[in-house]
Design a protein. Sequence first.
Length: 281
Amino acid sequence: MHSLRHPPSRHAPLLLTATLLLSATLLLGACQNGAQHDPIIAATQGEHRTAAFVARDVWRRPVETLAFFNVEPDMTVVEIWPGAGWYTEILAPLLRDEGQLYAAHFDPDTPVPFFQRSLVAYQDKLAAEPAVYDRVALTVLAPPAHTAIAPPASADRVLTFRNVHNWASAGSAEAAFSAFHTALRPGGILGVVEHRAPAGRDLDEQIASGYMTEEYVIALAEAAGFELLERSEINANPADSADHPEGVWTLPPSLRLGDTDREHYLAIGESDRMTLKFRKP
């Protein structure tokens, strides 16, 4: 055993303590800096975002929701029926440099006027800001006729927000979920956010109200070949009874009753929503 040539310095404990404190400070700073530059957070803070959309972040919780679905900047993601582009405003910049966003919108040949207007407005939105949206690939979902939302087994994530009731109403929910399964690679994730009905509600009543039961959505996904991985209460709203005169459209942002009890429904806020994560085996 070798002997020490010099006795330990009496300052060694102080130096060690100072070194540990400095290391801890640097690590904390790195963590805070990383949090500040989290790519999902950065995407939500883009100046391109519509002010009215940003105001709804408190109800839609995009950072928490996309993190729950494990969305990463280098992934291929399919956004289903993006409507006016609320989530597109976040997903497009998030995926632009390293990943790929497919936006599976309405059929250009649809006879439905609302679908026609929505698609044209979305196309105009993409064209107006090429620095954000030039790499978004527009596809079509009009089940059961058009279901090629992305190349087969190419997507890491398929995400749908508040759409299931529409397919249930049209009798095309099974075809839609089958399209999701086809587009996803093995191990890929299907993320579903949907207005939530109390368990046991009749399907006709679900469709009429716009609120679907978790049991119904899970059964659809499992029938298409998915397995349920996890549920989250990220988008829950305990103040919502899911029982309103005009269904979910009674609440904001629709406020279908106009000024009737407007403050009451504004105080409730947006709907109570399930957030489900499925995996393609």
